[in-house]
Design a protein around this ligand. Structure first.
Ligand SMILES: [Zn+2]
Length: 342
């Protein structure tokens, strides 16, 4: 036992004199003294060879030794973590911690691209509250009280005031702009909207829209078509066809839906386009005169067009994403795929 105690004394001196200049030296120290095959463990293994009446005394020596080695390691480890160059153990050759850049969410990418396209046409952004009242979300937009969109199935109402609801489209921001009465109006309304839908690959209880409104004298359906042609070409490129289908919306007359030939199958027919070769991307039309009047605009003097589209839909088409739920799951494996996309 005498021999071992002498050996420990020698190690203690070595430890006391030790100064780690680099992280590597510190690691070597750790392996030598505190590693699983290190000196401390080795000497603890000698305990079984010590006579029973000496065990207590030897145990104390061992513990003190172990604590000394640990304290030394801890001291330099802290200096290393603090990056204390003055202590002389800052290793400039160590590879740095990678600085991870985040990525823009694909919804933001497409929303920003759409905004930039419409800005080039002179549209400015108008925003409104996400909690709306019945007038701005429905009544002003010519949605009769018995319109199915008002059904509780589709709309989230605020419990303590049935006049309040989570807006179901960003058209409410259009109403607010029209009510201000400053003409002409040329706005887009990007934003989040809410509907009481069952969450699936194609629908969610919230999604994002971008709507547009242009009101001036002599605005025609031709202006509407030209604006939207320009938009889809800037958004998706030029290798596809566009068609307008007559449709119905209470706030526009005439109304249309705009389809583009399927970007995935090129119009041949696939799952995404339900084998029709066409994908619907937006609804549009000439603003209903009643809506203009509701907002205090003279419908005999002014005309206008409006359109609205889901940003999720555009994004799914643009990046060929098949499940809408991916947008809100915060899965980094999905989000990282948009690294570097601007
Ligand atoms: Zn297709």
């Amino acid at each position: 036992m005498e021999q071992i105690v002498q050996q420990i004394e020698a190690y203690k001196q070595e430890i006391a004199a030790f100064k780690a200049k680099t992280a590597e030296e510190l690691e070597q120290f750790r392996i030598k003294f505190l590693g699983t095959k290190g000196i401390v463990k080795g000497i603890f293994g000698e305990m079984k060879n010590v006579a029973n009446d000496k065990k207590k005394e030897f145990g104390q020596v061992l513990n003190a030794f172990k604590q000394l080695a640990e304290a030394k390691y801890e001291e330099f480890q802290q200096l290393k973590e603090a990056g204390n160059g003055a202590a002389g153990n800052l290793d400039l050759t160590l590879p740095g911690e990678p600085h991870r850049l985040g990525t823009r969410h694909p919804i933001s990418l497409v929303r920003n691209k759409a905004i930039r396209i419409f800005e080039r046409l002179g549209f400015t952004i108008a925003e409104g509250p996400e909690i709306e009242d019945d007038w701005h979300n429905f009544t002003a937009l010519n949605l009769a009280e018995n319109h199915p969109a008002r059904d509780m199935q589709d709309t989230f109402y605020v419990q303590n005031n049935p006049d309040w609801l989570l807006r179901t489209h960003t058209s409410s921001a259009q109403v607010r702009t029209m009510e201000l009465g400053k003409l002409p109006i040329r706005i887009i309304c990007p934003g989040r909207v809410y509907r009481n839908e069952t969450i699936s690959a194609r629908a969610h209880c919230f999604f994002h829209q971008i709507e547009g409104l242009y009101i001036a004298e002599n605005v025609s359906f031709a202006d509407l078509k030209q604006t939207l042609y320009y938009f889809v070409q800037e958004m998706f490129g030029e290798n596809f066809k566009v068609r307008f289908r007559p449709s119905y919306f209470p706030f526009t007359e005439p109304s249309a839906e705009m389809d583009i030939s399927c970007l995935i199958c090129g119009g041949e027919g696939c799952n995404v386009c339900k084998h029709t070769g066409w994908v619907e991307i937006l609804g549009c039309g000439m603003v209903h005169p009643q809506v203009l009047e509701n907002c205090g605009i003279d419908s005999t003097k002014y005309t206008g067009f409006a359109f609205g589209m889901g940003i999720e839909r555009l994004t799914m088409l643009k990046y060929q994403i098949k499940d809408l739920r991916l947008f809100s799951e915060n899965d980094l494996r999905f989000l990282k795929q948009f690294q570097g996309v601007l």
